[in-house]
Every structure is written in structure tokens, then in C-alpha cells.
Design a protein around this ligand. Structure first.
Ligand code: EPZ
Length: 432
């Protein structure tokens, strides 16, 4: 397992290009199963989660070819309806295979996705959508078994008590496009990743109305064709770099950003005092004055994205005053907090809120990444902290950030990727 060694205190400067969106690419790989023909995906980020999804599609029988580091060809001319537990358990997004497999083969068997540290990851809304369209769903032995022999169009509300479900909407959509009749999906997620999926499905021949809204109307078609599709930019990666500039007090130009995807994130940062100047498809981020404390509530799009909550906690940790960050999507998504405390942050958790009193400076420390966005938050904190920070279990980061250390090094960050064996004995012995 790799580690990062960071020497903090350098303001970051320069240009960084946003990669393709992980949370768009994964459902798009799944959507390629809806046709026997070739799908070509471009601007795909080079990530371990993408490699996992490619492996799963290969196991299903698809011909999956990596054309370049950021483009793939998928030809699922003949596929089976069951996915291997060993691969599926590694990645929650594999649940997105349910919709296309039932749509194409009229059945599917997918192991239940593993839980993860960000909180409970139920699939009741996925099941509700499948059953509303006539599928029979059985959860037994940790496997979701779906019989879709009698699927037909219907209307269904797929919102839940924490708001809409992103991959649940993707599954419902990917089933409905090949389900005979008309389907109305209410309470849909309208994250940019869902809009990107709708655009790809349209280019395959699907008939979808209401794209970008919470209400999607789909007329089922008999067959879909292959296509070539370019993945949208990763709004969470873009936000992470904007926060890396803010937390280090530097000036960054983030290139390849789609402003329509940034929801309330940019607005909140401006309120806090970050200068954000749009320039074509880029944004110039700098911190002209000291920042004001933040009040953040994470919500489904266009609300503040839960995937930037941990990184905001890091920024709030060095913002003078009292910030309150409330997590409405995954109420227990605070595994990064104990590690930030080790770096001198003053944070207390009250229910689903983090109450953060900004410290003058953080101090470098050995910290443990627990999940993808927590690892990004700890790296941002290390970039701002005085001294040396060792971030362990970097495999979490590699799931969702392409070439993170290389991009940061080009911005002047003192960060290096090392094998775990390079961890100082004082730290590795403390881990045992
Ligand atoms: C997607 O996960 C993203 N992952 C997550 O990003 C992101 O945090 C999340 O959406 C919210 O934006 C991918 O797209 C691969 P949900 P997803 O279904 O679809 C509840 C990252 O760091 N819910 O939108 O699995 C659920 O518990 C990852 O990149 C149900 O109750 O999330 C949560 O509270 C982490 N029943 C809320 O809805 C269900 O059947 C949103 O979950 C499904 C979800």
C-alpha cells in the first residue's frame, strides 16, 4: 500500500486540468451493456474504479479494450447476467449493472454492494424502481437476483428520505429505455452525471424527456445502438483543486471546468471570501483576504455536494471563527474528523454537524485515509499544515483522483508517493 509524504506551507500556483468525471464514467460503462454494438468512451479518467468496472464488464463477457489512457471501447455482443462477487464487492457503483442487465437479458444477479465508511448504502430505492417496472427482486445470500421477464412501463417515485438517489436514478433510467411502454420516473436525481448518462442514452437511440429535471419520461424502444461519448469533467475534482488553492493561500487556474455543474459550491466559497474569476472554460481561484467562517449543508444537486464536505472541513479547520458543516446526505460521513484533530484542528461532531473553530495553523502528523474524499481532505490539510504529514492507505485516493500527486507537484506542492515501507519506524510501530 502506498503512502504520501507532504511538506506543507507552500501556497500552490499554476494551472491544473480537470479530468473526466468518475461518477459519470462508471454508470456510462454500465450503460454500454444496453447494446450489442460498440461504445467508445472518451475523456475517461485513469482511476482504479474505472479499471475495476472494465474488469467486471470483461467478466460479464464484453470485449473491453483500452484505446488510450483516457478512452475505452466496449463491445458487449454476448454477455452473462451475473457479476463476480470478488470484483463487485470492491465498488458500490457496480450496483449500476442491475438496470442494463435486466433491460438487455431480462435477468441479473449482482452481489449486494459492500457498505463503506461514509455510511449506510441501502438499495431499497433501486429495488422499488425495478419492481415498479414489473421485475421480481429477491435478496438472498448477499445477492440481488432480478427476474425481468415481464417488465413494462410504469410511473414510480424514486426519491428517498435523504433525497434523490444518483445510482438509483441511473438504474431506473437504464432499465426504462428498453422497457416496453411509457415510464415516468419522479423524484430523480438531477446531478450532472445523470444528465450525462441521459445524453449518452439519447445518442444510442433512447427516447427521454425532462433531461436535467427531477421528472423523466421515457418511451421504451426495442433496441439501442452503439455510440461514441465524451465523459463530462469531474466537478468534485475541480472543487477539490479550488479548495487546495484556497487552503494554501495560492492562486490556481482550474481548466476544463463546467460552471453549470458547480451548483452552490462556487457561491458558498465566494461568500466565504474566495475570489473566483471565470475565464472561458477555466476559473481563477485566489484568496485576497482572510476567509470568513462557513455554514454548509450538503444536499442533492444543485445543493452543496456531499463529496466536497470532507475537503471543506479541512478548509474550515484553518478559517478563523466558527464554521458549521452539516451532512444531510450521509449523516455519519465524518471519518476524516479524528485525523484532522491529530493535525491540531478544533472540531466537534454534534449529530450530523461538524462544529469547527478555525486554528491559526495545522501541524503535520501521520494520518490514515478512510475513504476517497477523506483522503483528499487529509492531503489538503497536509498541504496547509506546518511540517510533515504522512497520509497512509492512499489506495482510497487512487479510486477517484487521476494523477493527484503529479498534478499537485506541478502546482508547487511538496508531495511524494512512497511505498509503505518508507514510513518512519516511529509511525509504523505506533500503527501496530
Ligand atoms: C453517488 O452514490 C456517488 N457515487 C457518491 O460519490 C455520492 O456521494 C452520492 O451519489 C451522493 O451524491 C457514484 O456516483 C458512483 P445515492 P450513490 O444513492 O448513488 C440514500 C464519491 O466519493 N439511499 O445518491 O450510491 C443513501 O443512503 C462517492 O465519489 C437510500 O436510502 O448515492 C444516501 O443517504 C461517495 N436508498 C442518499 O440516498 C437507496 O436505495 C444518496 O445516495 C439509495 C440511496
Amino acid at each position: 500500500m502506498d503512502i504520501f509524504r507532504i511538506c506543507g506551507g507552500n501556497p500552490l500556483h499554476g494551472k491544473v486540468k480537470v479530468s473526466g468525471s468518475k461518477n459519470s464514467a462508471l454508470p456510462l460503462f454500465a450503460a454500454s451493456l444496453l447494446t450489442e454494438e460498440e461504445t467508445i468512451l472518451e475523456n475517461v479518467p485513469d482511476l482504479s474504479d474505472v479499471n475495476f468496472m472494465a474488469e467486471i464488464l470483461t467478466e460479464l463477457g464484453a470485449k473491453v479494450i483500452r484505446i488510450s489512457s483516457n478512452s475505452w471501447s466496449i463491445i458487449p455482443s454476448s454477455i452473462v447476467h451475473y457479476a463476480p462477487y470478488e470484483l463487485v464487492r470492491k465498488m458500490r457503483a457496480s450496483i449500476c449493472l442491475l438496470g442494463p442487465l435486466v433491460a438487455r437479458l431480462k435477468r441479473a444477479e449482482i452481489p449486494m454492494p459492500g457498505g463503506c465508511v461514509i455510511g449506510n448504502r441501502p438499495i431499497d430505492l433501486h429495488v422499488r424502481a425495478l419492481e415498479a417496472l414489473g421485475a421480481k427482486v429477491q435478496l438472498s445470500g448477499g445477492v440481488v437476483k432480478v427476474d425481468g421477464k415481464n417488465i413494462s412501463g410504469n410511473s414510480v417515485f424514486i426519491g428517498g428520505r435523504h433525497g434523490s438517489t444518483v445510482t438509483g436514478t441511473a438504474n431506473a433510467l437504464m432499465l426504462a429505455v428498453l422497457t416496453p411502454g411509457s415510464t415516468v420516473l419522479e423524484g430523480c436525481a438531477c446531478e450532472p452525471e445523470i444528465t450525462d448518462l441521459c445524453h449518452m442514452l439519447e445518442s444510442m437511440g433512447a427516447n427521454i424527456q425532462g433531461i436535467g429535471s427531477h421528472l423523466l419520461k421515457i418511451e421504451g424502444v426495442d433496441k439501442l445502438s452503439g455510440c461514441k461519448h465524451r465523459v463530462i469533467p469531474d466537478r468534485i475534482e475541480a472543487g477539490t483543486y479550488i479548495l487546495a488553492g484556497a487552503i494554501t493561500g495560492g492562486e490556481l487556474t482550474i481548466e476544463g471546468i463546467d460552471f453549470g455543474h458547480m451548483g452552490s459550491f462556487l457561491d458558498l466559497l465566494k461568500t466565504s471570501g474566495v475570489s473566483l474569476v471565470p475565464q472561458n472554460q477555466s476559473i481563477i481561484s485566489s484568496v485576497p483576504t482572510s476567509l470568513k467562517p462557513l455554514e454548509v449543508v450538503t444536499l442533492p444537486f444543485p445543493g452543496f455536494p456531499t463529496d466536497l464536505q470532507a475537503q471543506m472541513c479541512a478548509l474550515a479547520s484553518i478559517t478563523e471563527g466558527l464554521s458549521v458543516i452539516t451532512e444531510r446526505v450521509y449523516p455519519s460521513r465524518f471519518m476524516h474528523v479524528p485525523e484532522l484533530l491529530r493535525m491540531g484542528a478544533h472540531i466537534s461532531i454534534e449529530g450530523s454537524s461538524a462544529i469547527i473553530r478555525g486554528a491559526k495553523r495545522l501541524t503535520g502528523a501521520p494520518v490514515m485515509a478512510s475513504d476517497l474524499r477523506a483522503s483528499a481532505a487529509l492531503i489538503l490539510a497536509g498541504l496547509a499544515a506546518e511540517g510533515e504529514t504522512w497520509v497512509q492507505r492512499i489506495y482510497h485516493l487512487d479510486r477517484g483522483y487521476e494523477k493527484f500527486e503529479h498534478k499537485l507537484q506541478k502546482l508547487g506542492a511538496k508531495v511524494e508517493r512512497l511505498p509503505e515501507s518508507e514510513l518512519p519506524k516511529s509511525i509504523s510501530s505506533a500503527n501496530n
